[in-house]
Design a protein around this ligand. Structure first.
Ligand code: C5P
Length: 307
């Protein structure tokens, strides 16, 4: 029986700006999304029902898991049976690194291969958008400007040779709906109406971050990075604010997505390792997980194993 093995990468946000509230209740965003080498490994095997297994105890294995939902959506859409999904978790969980979205994207990409569906990448992304706003980006990977609710993607060149240190308190999880709702409660009076969004987006596209990415200058990228959600997460989670402050002493640092992971940009693996070591020394809390990775120009990588 054929099976499929996939690498499903993490992402960080180099920019997350909230423009306003959409008619569908989501926020209109301008983001830059960046894939990392740090990846989960997913194994898919044909099965009568959907079954999900994961080697990380914090990951739910029921319908609340986005990979499970992706398998259910694919089965319903194409009238197929189930699949056995095995996830080897390397991406920090509930971290703002799109681990769940990336796993869902891998299931969609993998079932397209296993079931010989012949779907194009835009078709896979359209299916992914039904599962979550970050899933279409995870299907494609690399580096992209993301607008709309995050599902409208313009790929851009991935800057070469940028390394990252990621740090997350393992027991801490920030709910994404909570982060957006809290932001709305506090900042709705500043929201622009839909007519103002295209000009705001154009303004961002000509601004320094996009230029810094084009030049591949990690210091300039670091100086121009921005995440609106820091404004609500930091006051509620002071230890995350402190972590950002500490990492920022050694390299440009920011929170990814709705957090609570903080990442710092570095020029080399040696610098990343040295910063990781420094943070470990400064915060000797065993709950603090630290990972070292680098930007990736790729996305999901699939290999079919003949039966
Ligand atoms: O799309 P996804 O299910 O990943 O989004 C999770 C939650 O994040 C949404 O239910 C919503 O509360 C918030 N969100 C938002 N605007 C977006 C993306 C997400 O308000 N563009």
């Amino acid at each position: 029986m054929r099976s499929c093995t996939l690498l499903a990468p993490a992402k960080v946000n180099l920019h997350l700006e909230i423009l306003g509230l959409r008619a569908d209740g989501y926020h209109e965003l301008v983001m830059i999304l960046q894939c990392l080498e740090l990846s989960d490994r997913i194994h898919l095997k044909p099965n009568d029902t959907i079954s999900l297994h994961c080697d990380h105890s914090q990951v739910p294995v029921d319908q609340s898991n986005l990979a499970y939902r992706a398998a259910a959506l694919m089965g319903q859409t194409f009238g197929r049976g189930g699949v056995e999904i095995r996830i080897e978790k390397n991406i920090p969980v509930a971290a703002g690194l799109a681990g769940g979205s990336s796993n869902a994207a891998a299931v969609i990409v993998g079932l397209n291969l296993l079931w010989d569906l012949g779907l194009t990448q835009p078709q896979l992304q359209e299916l992914g958008a039904k599962i979550g706003s970050d899933v279409p980006f995870c299907v494609a990977g690399g580096t992209a400007i993301a607008t709309g609710r995050g599902e409208i993607l313009d790929p851009i060149q991935t800057p070469n040779g940028i390394h990252v240190v990621l740090a997350k308190y393992q027991s801490l999880a920030v709910s994404t709906p909570w982060a957006y709702q809290t932001y709305r409660q506090q900042y709705e009076q500043n929201y622009g109406d839909p007519a103002s969004w295209p000009a705001k987006t154009r303004q961002f596209l000509s601004a320094s971050l996009v230029q810094a990415i084009a030049q591949g200058n990690y210091q300039a990228i670091g100086q121009a990075m921005h995440n609106d959600l820091e404004k609500v997460v930091f006051p509620a989670y002071p230890q995350v604010a402190h972590l950002r402050q500490l990492m920022g002493k050694y390299a440009p640092a920011m929170m990814s997505g709705s957090g609570p992971t903080i990442f710092a940009l570095c020029a080399s693996p040696a610098q990343a390792e040295a910063i990781a070591q420094e943070i470990r020394t400064q915060i000797p809390d065993p709950d603090l997980g630290i990972w070292v990775s680098q930007f990736s120009a790729g996305g999901i990588r699939a290999s079919l194993n003949p039966g």
